[in-house]
Ligand binder design. Structure first.
Ligand SMILES: O=C(O)CCC(=O)C(=O)O
Length: 286
């Protein structure tokens, strides 16, 4: 099956045109899609209303899927491979905000996600966009001296420091989150297994500090790294249409869900998560 590739932005992103994701793709097409993913970091597929089964089957073209056992509350009741990214919790009718700071999926675990595919089911009348940034370019844009200093260093990733989590939880709940998800040290610069390129790997949602620095020293450096990562020229902003699927590479891309919509409206997305290689170590083990 052939398809065409249309670039979405100068920093990252491409739309794949001409494929029907509900059909079985041959090996040559899958190989070409994987190559396009390595080149463009995020791939967009428009007008493809996918059932959970179809989304799971298509996502498997890119690797093994997570069953989201760590976040059972948001798993699809019949398909654990689907994570329901909703702004309304059905059982309690509570409003939810997910992913409202820049992050890379599962960086707080010892098996960070390789990729994620988000499929738009129900969208607000306007807004609800997602932004993505290119972490290869973030790394390459640093001065050689800073790159040399950062390469080989580690940063601590801690699920309990996410802003929304801190706002909504008591101190003892935060402690419980840390007990169940002990903070991990991840390399500040990761080498991508497929492309061999280096990418910056710190994120404002989960990185508490650079290992070995004081919090103040660390904060100053991290703020510089975040500014560099999310500079306008390094970002693609996706305006969703119902039936869109966006696949991103968490090893070299960060993303953020914007709160640029009326929270009384429903936004429902289905996410499949590709399992990555083991990375990092428990933070308290030196
Ligand atoms: O809802 C979105 O736009 C992004 C969700 C998100 O941050 C995630 O799935 O990790």
């Amino acid at each position: 099956m052939s398809f065409t590739v249309r670039k979405l932005g100068s920093a990252l992103g491409a739309e794949i045109i001409g494929l029907d994701l509900t059909s079985t793709l041959d090996d040559g097409t899958v190989a070409a899609l994987r190559a396009a993913w390595s080149e463009h970091l995020i791939l967009l597929f428009r007008d493809q209303p996918l059932t959970p089964r179809q989304q799971i089957a298509f996502s498997r073209c890119f690797g093994e899927l997570d069953d989201h056992a760590a976040i059972p509350k948001f798993r699809h009741p019949e398909h654990p491979e689907i994570l329901m990214v909703n702004n309304l919790e059905t059982a309690t009718q509570k409003r939810l905000s997910v992913g409202r700071q820049w992050h890379s999926d599962l960086s707080t675990t010892l098996r960070p996600a390789k990729g994620s595919l988000l499929h738009a089911i129900q969208l607000p009348s306007t807004g609800g966009d997602t932004m993505f940034c290119n972490m290869y370019r973030a790394w390459e844009g640093l001065s050689p001296l800073l790159r040399e200093w950062l390469d080989g260093r580690e940063a601590v990733h801690d699920m309990s420091i996410a802003r929304e989590t801190r706002l909504q939880r008591t101190e003892s709940e935060l402690e419980e989150i840390r007990r169940r998800n002990p903070p991990v040290c991840q390399p500040v610069c990761r080498v991508h297994e497929t492309t061999g390129r280096k990418a910056l790997y710190v994120s404002e949602m989960t990185t508490s500090h650079i290992d070995g620095l004081t919090m103040d020293e660390s904060q100053a450096i991290l703020e510089h790294l975040y500014r560099q990562s999310t500079a306008h020229e390094n970002v693609y902003r996706h305006i969703w249409r119902k039936g869109d699927s966006v696949l991103w590479d968490n090893r070299c891309v960060m993303h953020i869900a914007l709160s640029d919509y009326d929270p009384s409206e429903i936004r429902t997305m289905h996410r499949t998560t590709l399992m990555g290689n083991p990375s990092g170590r428990l933070a308290h083990v030196s």
